[in-house]
Design a protein around this ligand. Structure first.
Ligand code: GLN
Length: 248
């Protein structure tokens, strides 16, 4: 029997717009396939031993919460997070989590707050908040029956920019995405996926959830043959209705 260990980083501080729904979605989609799942919450003061985990998740937070965890993140978790990303662990980071994985966050006053630096990207606080429904197209999700569209909700002041070696997760169809300027949304580096999409993201976009589960299983079980399909009729109906409403 397959088994996946999921680490939820700072669930008490980084959980905007139901980001925890991503953990529920990953867990349920595994359990429905008889894949055993263990979820461990890791927060301030806890040790983060990345090698015990197959999927690591970090949600979004206000600037305030990001400040609260800054010390713990930089002094106790930074090294492990960089190693986890470099070793190809499956990592999903939303909004504030996305920003924290980058090199720095430049505040309104021009002060650079150092971040983890696991990914070559950086964030500048903008003048206005970028708020609204978000639809973007992800190439690796495109199939005969799926247009690769992912739907979510964004609310951020930070504008993120990707450096060399980091690819965008998708192209913005509706909304602002990383910065409202270059048409890109999110970031991908190795098996790390970042996005501004709250919502929660994965319950609304089961194909993306399955992509992460599949990568985690392939990492752990090299002979893994592929995921059994699930009945996603309701999820897809919801997703398609939302996409239609937001793009037409
Ligand atoms: N504090 C960040 C910003 O406003 C992230 C917010 C969030 O996670 N939604 O840019």
């Amino acid at each position: 029997m397959y088994e996946l260990n999921i680490c939820h980083l700072y669930p008490d501080l980084l959980n905007l717009y139901g980001d925890r729904g991503n953990i529920i979605s990953l867990s349920k989609r595994c359990q429905w396939r008889d894949i055993e799942v263990n979820v461990q919450n890791i927060s301030i003061g806890d040790t983060f031993c990345y090698d015990g985990y197959d999927i690591i998740f970090m949600g979004g937070g206000q600037d305030y919460e990001q400040t609260i965890l800054q010390d713990d993140l930089m002094n106790n978790k930074r090294k492990g997070i960089i190693e986890a990303v470099e070793s190809g662990k499956v990592f999903l980071a939303i909004c504030g989590g996305f920003q924290l994985l980058g090199k720095y966050y430049r505040t309104h006053t021009g002060k650079d707050i150092e971040c983890i630096g696991a990914l070559n990207l950086w964030t500048h606080a903008g003048e206005t908040r970028l708020i609204g429904n978000l639809v973007f197209q992800v190439d690796f999700l495109k199939t005969q029956n799926h247009n690769g569209y992912v739907v979510g909700f964004e609310n951020h002041a930070g504008k993120s920019y990707l450096g060399e070696g980091v690819k965008p997760l998708g192209k913005v169809i509706k909304g602002f995405g990383n910065n409202g300027e270059d048409g890109f949304e999110g970031a991908v580096y190795k098996n790390t996926f970042c996005t501004y999409s709250h919502g929660s993201l994965l319950p609304k976009n089961p194909a993306l959830a399955d992509h992460l589960i599949m990568l985690a299983l392939l990492n752990k079980y090299p002979d893994f043959q592929g995921l059994a399909p699930l009945d996603d009729e309701l999820e897809n109906l919801t997703r398609n209705t939302l996409i239609k409403r937001f793009t037409e």
